[in-house]
Design a protein around this ligand. Sequence first.
Ligand SMILES: Cc1ncc(COP(=O)(O)O)c(C=O)c1O
Length: 390
Amino acid sequence: MELSQRISTILGTGSDGWDVFYRARQMIKDGTPVTELTIGEHDIRTAAPILRDMHASALGGHTGYAMVPGTTALRETIAARVQERTGVPTTAANVMVTPGGQSALFAAHTCLCDPGDVALYLDPFYATYPGTIRGASAIPRAIQTRAEDAFQPRAADIAAQAKGAKTLLINSPNNPTGTVYSRNTLDGIAKVCLDHDLWLISDEVYDTQIWEGTHISPRALPGMAERTLVVGSMSKSHAMTGSRCGWIVAPEHVIEATINLSTHTTYGVPGFIQDAAVFAMDQGPAFEEEIAAPFRRRRALAKQVLAEQNTVGLVPAQGAMYLMLDVRATGLSGEGFANALLDAHHIAVMPGESFGAAAAGHVRVAMTIEDTQFSDALRTLCAFAQSLET
Ligand SMILES: Cc1ncc(COP(=O)(O)O)c(C=O)c1O
């Protein structure tokens, strides 16, 4: 018996560059200690007061079906936070609560694309993007950004691929590059969307992790609120990855469509999780800065370590919990370098190629281990690169 084409092809074809990740996992399982710099997850757990609030909510009876679009309290909290930070009028009717940002990305593409529609996204990309688009029965079309532009997309490159496309997915602050899109970049993207009548899906799950520059939500740009869906999440901002709580902010008629989808798929997010999300957001920006602080600190440490040598280049790392390192001077591909580093020093990093062709010759380092261990690992990585330099 055959499975559907949709699920059989969701992963696409060809090597995805994740072998090094699975090899590292196997080494750990076999008892070899590995310094893991692969995964985008905080090295702290969800804060105890948030968990206590979740517990109290569950004990208080919020264990039944919650409202499909999200509780009124959480939708209003998200709307107020978005309006305050972007200046765009936003109400609860503009908000749909989803089980994490990932499910919001899928819902957005499913609600906007018909089978066979072209959905644009930018390379390098977060690993699930092409599969999410394929899962929604649309056709993913990657647009390359360039290392020489520090991976800021060029509007002309997007415009050249935009003909006949339905949606454009962007992500700033960016995983995997750490790039924060400038006002100029976003103005250019907005113009392409207006000129080519594209929906814009803006993945802003790292919006509280800004080390340099300012986060601008493209929904706030002229003419964009009616064609932009913003994807947000509690995962990165509040260290609540396992709670699976995210959202879409969009025009009301789009939210109504996402509610119909959710009624027939997820049926909402547990009420006690949503109550805890309200509690967490009520802690305000100081709490968000506390969650982001280890990455801000480690990014500063990384800049110091990288400044001590000339072999490994650092993409500016303006935001998010990752560094993109240019290892082309070693003469190896990102995949070759990551494999060699794992073998020689038991340090696991992600090959740039696993995030698309545009990141070839780079590796992504997650800043998710303790500070001293982190800078020691980076020093070892740089010395290893120097030893290979051609
Ligand atoms: C760019 C980006 N978008 C979305 C997600 C999904 O996050 P979640 O589903 O935990 O909200 C991630 C997770 O790593 C991510 O890096």
